[in-house]
Design a binder for this molecule. Structure first.
Ligand code: ADP
Ligand code: MG
Length: 440
């Protein structure tokens, strides 16, 4: 048999606000109650003589005992008998009735206690409890009128007036309390909203800061690379022409061969330098149309200089007819390179990395799959956050920058799967409809 559980989820901060409200209200009512007791005691013992002073003091003592329990509970951070408000009201109606009974009947000073009790009840409890208390107090006072007096027109008039004023007090204090509670609730909601907004803004700020720092670093690296290229490139060119000059001279064939080898190596160094400079110079931010396969090859060409490339196989599976994409070429190159380098970091010697392209529903899908260490479940949700890295020399900005670049151009990057030995990141690049027919 199936069972349905209804679970009411109460937000902890709302619960806390409600508890705080209860305690503050309790503190107000406690003081009002003690004030009433002291005034009552003074009235009974200092003003005009009353017949049943002993009984009245006794009832006041019971009231003080109750107020004391209330106070102790308050110090413990709880509300005394909070679950039985109607029982408290009933006791109050009874005791106030008794006080009036032993004092001067329906004209007793203690009849004002009904108002005090209603006020306290309205600010502490729900309107239902407040109006029920009103009904009890009205009954209590009516019983006084009908048991102590002969219920003349005057006395019934007093009763009606008392009931009207009691109702009035209940109404006014209940309305005020509802208003206060509503305002409090709205303020709490506003506050929470504000906290959320501040948290969001802070995160945005951190992200733009990360982007800025990365931009600065890249610019500095570009300048340095250009400087190094100049410093190394010029002597290299000089050495190369000297070698060529020497090679034109009449030398032993073995020497010619060696000089040829030296020149070949020099050319290789120059090519490497050129490629690195090409990559590190501050790129053009212009949108152009290009072939994605070219950019992947370009990224692979640069990645081959990476130390960790050693012993790893990279295979490509390119789709046959792929439309061109419109984007900032350098940025896409950066995305691909980041993914390739990450895959290299994740694999150990002998590992393989597979790059595959596909064209599906107006998008180019480029997947980067490696058979490396995989990504632990708890790491997955943090992958694209700035500064999240598990490497001692990592920046944690690679995937974050990739996502920024791609979302800015309506593209996408996501982790498709990640098991031990099979991790796939997929990049989606949108293709504008007018380019779809223009295959490469
Ligand atoms: P970084 O490479 O500087 O650490 P990234 O943003 O490029 O920063 O990557 C963040 C983290 O994501 C890496 O530190 C790594 O733990 C994890 N990661 C990224 N790609 C892979 C992958 N192919 N295999 C396993 N972990 C990966
Ligand atoms: Mg990286």
């Amino acid at each position: 048999m199936s069972q349905t559980h209804v679970v009411t989820v109460v937000d902890p901060s709302t619960q806390q606000a409600e508890a705080d409200w209860q305690l503050s209200v309790e503190w107000i009512t406690l003081r009002i109650r003690w004030f009433g007791l002291i005034v009552g005691y003074l009235v009974v013992n200092t003003l005009s003589p009353v017949e049943h002073r002993g009984a009245l003091n006794g009832i006041l003592c019971v009231g003080a005992g109750y107020a004391l329990l209330d106070l102790v509970w308050h110090w413990r951070g709880e509300v005394f008998l909070s679950r039985f408000p109607l029982f408290i009201s009933l006791m109050e109606a009874f005791f106030i009735g008794l006080l009036c009974y032993f004092d001067k009947g329906i004209d007793s000073f203690f009849r004002y206690y009904y108002f005090l009790s209603l006020l306290v009840c309205a600010i502490r409890y729900s309107p239902f409890v407040a109006y029920s208390t009103f009904a009890m107090h009205a009954t209590s006072y009516s019983m006084l009128v009908f048991t102590l007096t002969s219920a003349t027109l005057d006395q019934v008039g007093t009763l009606v007036l008392m009931i009207v004023f009691m109702g009035w007090t209940t109404w006014a204090s209940t309305s005020l309390t509802i208003l206060l509670r509503e305002t409090g609730r709205k303020l709490t909601a506003l506050n929470r909203n504000l906290e959320d907004r501040i948290a969001r803004r802070t995160r945005d700020l951190q992200q733009s800061q990360a982007l800025l720092i990365q931009g600065e670093k890249q610019a500095a690296f570009g300048l340095l690379a250009a400087g190094i290229a100049h410093e190394v490139g010029n002597p290299l060119a000089a050495i190369s022409s000297l070698v060529q000059l020497m090679n034109r001279k009449k030398l032993e064939p073995e020497m010619h061969e060696r000089l040829g080898l030296v020149d070949e190596q020099l050319l290789r160094i120059q090519r490497t330098l050129r490629e690195l400079i090409e990559f590190s110079r501050p790129g053009l931010q212009q949108i152009t149309r290009f072939d994605v396969h070219d950019v992947i090859n370009n990224a692979l060409n640069i990645a081959k200089y990476y130390k960790r490339k050693k012993g790893k196989t990279i295979t490509t599976r390119f789709a046959e007819e792929l439309p061109q994409v419109s984007a900032v070429r350098d940025q896409i190159l950066q995305v691909f390179l980041n993914l390739i380098l990450n895959a290299m970091d994740a694999t150990s010697e002998g590992g393989t990395i597979e790059i595959e392209t596909r064209f599906v529903e107006s998008s180019l899908l480029i997947s980067f799959r490696d058979n490396g260490r995989g990504i632990a479940e708890e790491e997955r949700e943090k992958l694209f956050e700035p500064y999240f890295t598990t490497k001692s020399t990592g920046t944690g900005l690679g995937l974050f920058i990739c996502r920024n670049i791609l979302t800015a151009m309506n593209g996408e990057i996501r982790l498709q799967e990640s098991l031990l030995g099979r991790t796939t990141f997929v990049v989606m690049l949108p293709v504008l409809p007018e380019y779809e027919s223009l295959t490469v």
